[in-house]
Every structure is written in structure tokens, then in C-alpha cells.
Design a protein around this ligand. Structure first.
Ligand code: CTP
Ligand code: MG
Length: 228
């Protein structure tokens, strides 16, 4: 089984509001993209890595990838992203050789995702042949609302929040993207809309997405705590 990870890092980080592409924002002294790539070069099996970067920062991105890969000398590629995440994922999938069996699609913004989560998703895709998402239970009480009127409490035992990396058989994910409506908000949604099955495995609290300044502060405190 040949494995690959597509890391999408071409977003602008509007909600973070730092004025630079989010993947190039430092998190406790190391770029978000560098932190996101770190676990990929420690995985048990050889893994191709494709990074989808802002079109005007490809060289910078190549340097970050080379430093993160170090002596590992794996297959890596850096390709320009599109105007939305959907287009960026498609650019990443197009850059993969057809020999790849299983691909994981990962947000660079989930920069503290541990290697164990990548292993768990790869293993589950290979065992099931289905799409796989890492998921965590919803902890808040969830309400259905109509404007400011609260209608009902939703049974949260049947709900999960999903993270990345999300994993799929490559050929099936490419087919799903080829016919997908752009309204799907994640890769599993695209896969499922094409009639495929998606399963879940346990997620990890550290795989949260850095979206706002508050998230960035949380990521920095986690890194400091890890470094003792
Ligand atoms: N992404 C991408 N190409 C885009 C938009 C998003 O590769 N055109 C990537 C981001 O780099 C990020 C992931 O998709 O790793 C999740 O997107 P999000 O958290 O929304 O990041 P941004 O789009 O950069 O942030 P914002 O929506 O606040 O601008
Ligand atoms: Mg976005």
C-alpha cells in the first residue's frame, strides 16, 4: 500500500488577521507549516508529502519542507493552491502519482496534530477501504435555533466534531472531487456526496484548528508545556 499526505496551506488566514498567510505565522518560534509537517517525517511507513502553498510563496515553502524533511529525503512536492480550500485540495490530489493507494488530506492550520493521528487514519483506511475522519465528542449542550428563539436541545450523543487528517482511497477521492459541488465543507463531505462510506476514528484534542488569535495563543501554550 503506497501512502501520501496532502497538506493544504494556501489559505490567507483572514480570521487570524495577522496580514500574512496563516501557514507562515510563527507558533512559539517555529512556522505553523513547519510544525504541521514535523510528524509527517516520523511516520512508520514511507509517505509521499505534497504541500499546497500560496502561489507567491512557493520557494519559501520548499525551504520549510526541506528543513522539516531533514535527512529523511522523502518524495515531496510543493504546488500552488486555489481560491478556496476545495480548489487547493484538488491541486494537491493532481500532484500525486497514480501509484498512491491511500491519501490523507490535512489542514496546515491543525499544526499540533500528533503522528499517532496520521497512523490511526492510514490504518483505518487500509483496513476498511472507506473514507476515515478523526472525530471527537461534542462537549457543549447543542440547541437548534430559529433566529434568537431556541427550539430544542439536539441529542449530542449522536454528534461529533471532525478534524483532519481525513483519509481516503486516492482513486475514489479523485472521482468524488471531479463531480463535487463546491458547497461541501470538508473532504469527507465530498466523498460521501459521491455515494461513498465514511467512518470515524478517535480524534485528538491537540488536532484543533488555529483559526483565531485565541487559538494561536492556545497552540503556543501547548508547545511551551510540551517543551517543559
Ligand atoms: N486553505 C487552502 N487554500 C485555500 C483556503 C484554505 O489551502 N484557498 C487551507 C488553509 O491553509 C488551512 C485549511 O485550508 O490550512 C483550513 O482553512 P482555514 O482554517 O479556513 O484557513 P484560511 O482560509 O487560511 O483562514 P481564513 O478562512 O480565516 O481566511
Ligand atoms: Mg478559510
Amino acid at each position: 500500500m503506497s501512502r501520501a499526505v496532502v497538506v493544504v496551506a494556501a489559505g490567507s488566514g483572514t480570521r487570524l488577521g495577522i496580514g500574512t498567510a496563516k501557514a507562515f505565522v510563527p507558533v512559539a518560534g517555529s512556522l505553523m507549516l513547519a510544525r504541521a509537517l514535523e510528524p509527517l517525517f516520523t511516520l512508520a511507513l514511507p509517505t509521499l508529502v505534497v504541500v499546497v502553498a500560496p502561489a507567491d510563496r512557493l520557494d519559501e515553502c520548499r525551504q520549510v519542507v526541506a528543513t522539516a524533511a531533514g535527512a529523511a529525503v522523502p518524495y515531496t512536492a510543493v504546488v500552488p493552491g486555489g481560491t478556496d480550500r476545495h480548489a487547493s485540495v484538488q491541486a494537491g490530489l493532481a500532484a500525486l502519482p497514480d501509484s498512491v493507494d491511500v491519501v490523507l488530506v490535512h489542514d496546515a492550520a491543525r499544526c499540533l496534530t500528533p503522528a499517532s493521528q496520521f497512523e490511526r487514519v492510514f490504518d483505518a483506511v487500509e483496513t476498511s477501504g472507506d473514507g476515515v475522519v478523526p472525530a471527537l465528542p461534542v462537549v457543549d449542550t447543542v440547541k437548534r435555533v430559529d433566529g434568537d428563539v431556541v427550539r430544542e436541545t439536539v441529542d449530542r450523543s449522536a454528534l461529533v466534531g471532525v478534524q483532519t487528517p481525513q483519509g481516503f482511497p486516492l482513486a475514489a477521492l479523485r472521482q468524488a472531487y471531479a463531480v463535487s459541488a463546491r458547497s461541501e465543507t470538508d473532504d469527507a463531505g465530498v466523498f460521501q456526496a459521491a455515494g461513498r462510506t465514511v467512518r470515524s476514528v478517535p480524534g485528538d484534542a491537540d488536532a484543533f484548528k488555529v483559526t483565531t488569535r485565541w487559538d494561536l495563543g492556545r497552540a503556543e501554550s501547548i508547545v511551551r508545556a510540551r517543551n517543559g
